[in-house]
Design a protein around this ligand. Sequence first.
Ligand code: MG
Ligand code: MG
Length: 289
Amino acid sequence: MIYEYILSIVRNFNPVRSKGSKKNIFYKTDDEIEAIRYSCELVGKTHAVVAERIRPGIRTSLLDKLAEEFIKDHKAVPSFKGYNGFPHTLCMSINSEVVHGMPSNYELKSGDIVSIDCGVFANGFHGDSAYTYCVGEIDEATKKLLEVTKESLYKGIEQAVVGKRLGDICFAIQQHAERKHGYGVVRELVGHGVGRQLHEGPEVPNYGKRGKGIKLLNGLVLAIEPMINLGKKEVQCLEDGWTVVTKDDSPSAHFEHTVAVRQKQAEILSTFEYLEKAIKNNIELTEIS
Ligand code: MG
Ligand code: MG
């Protein structure tokens, strides 16, 4: 029952797994990929604007406002605001919140982790990227969760090359996060294609079988986004209809890049470069490797 309920709610935003539909898959030209890269650059810079300001005591709604202003100042549109009725620019998910958390009057405190997901629409195309930040001092187990989740993102990206199959990406993420480190890999929410629409096909689960799924062809653009729990994999949706939380209340991490499938090596279109520089310069944040 509750599972069905979660599906009906979260279907509204990050795609929910629906058994490998081949619908809605678009292969991009080089020009279209450049347009996506432009949107992704703005996403990366928006993250940095936020990362400069995160500190204990700041309200998440203020960070959301800064992000919205920055995107609009660059003549672009926040992809999430108004998407199926989502009222904010950023999804901000704190501690046991997995994804789709709402900016609010909550004041961040030392020891919190906050997953920030940002999408930008410009020149007809979306970019999409998420990062989990450590506010103040955080405990070692949580820090390790973030590092392994980030590693699992890159393990997935390594597989996003021509000739591999979609399942190779999914398998690589699950292998690292779940089998190697024993974390819970969220099943209900998945990555996705990105382009003219924020969510296109194919769905990109964070678990799966090697050698299964569609063959990866040049120009497929994917948002790869492991959502990994320190505890068990089960999640539920809060009464606000958006916020997905872990059932066991354990912390959850989320890292996301938009990437283009290419020969030999995937091209990462989004960037953590600006935000990681901002983290380095912000004494209120703990860096992760
Ligand atoms: Mg995202
Ligand atoms: Mg996404």
